[in-house]
Design a protein around this ligand. Structure first.
Ligand code: NI
Length: 204
């Protein structure tokens, strides 16, 4: 009796493994279908970041290749944001100041999630309030949506029937290595000192 029971158990385990494998394959298939629907290839590109080409607040056109040899620190937000963006950008500016000359290795970028209101000129006025290091980036709504997808950013506009609108958006800083790959998320809700040490820890 014992061997037969063991056989049954093994058969049961095999069925369990097959069911698990089928489940995993199903999930992977659904995931790749989902990614294809989003307009992205399903394979190895499933990472944070990617190429972009946007209009900068200083009048230039900026791409992911515009800062050779430097890190990029990217934050998504918008100039009409009343709370989170100003707090984050003030902390970011103070963090970079605290890093001294090491901050020169990092290019901070503020990518608008509100391209309709944030023209290059509007962004130029806005970023100047924080630090001259900061560059604002904007583009067509389609360009901004594409970059949001690349960086897994979520933004939702809350539009009342009349008047100004707010945009809810994810709030994290993306530290990108000089080769353009995603290095680490940097928390946007901490003090300038904590932010500076989080950034410094990642610089090689
Ligand atoms: Ni904001």
């Amino acid at each position: 009796m014992r061997p037969r029971r063991a056989d049954r158990r093994r058969a049961h385990e095999r069925r369990g493994l097959l069911a698990t494998a089928a489940g995993v394959a199903g999930v992977l298939l659904l995931a790749s279908l989902y990614l294809m629907l989003l307009g992205r290839p399903p394979a190895a590109t499933d990472t944070v970041g990617g190429p972009f080409r946007l209009a900068a607040s200083d009048g230039r056109t900026v791409t992911d290749r515009s800062f050779p040899g430097r890190y990029m620190l990217i934050y998504f937000g918008y100039s009409h944001c009343r709370d989170v963006c100003p707090t984050t950008l003030a902390a970011l500016a103070a963090a970079l100041d605290a890093m001294g000359t090491r901050a020169d290795r990092v290019q901070p970028l503020f990518v608008t999630v509100d391209p309709q209101r944030d023209s290059p000129a509007a962004l130029d006025r806005y970023v100047a309030d924080f630090t001259p290091r900061l560059l604002g980036l904007t583009g067509t709504p389609a360009q901004i949506r594409a970059m949001e997808r690349e960086y897994r950013v979520r933004s939702t506009a809350h539009r009342p029937a009349a008047g100004d609108y707010d945009i809810e958006h994810s709030s994290v800083l993306y530290l990108m290595a000089p080769d353009g790959t995603f290095l680490a998320p940097i928390r946007a809700d901490e003090s300038a000192a904590a932010m500076a040490s989080d950034i410094e820890r990642q610089l090689s």
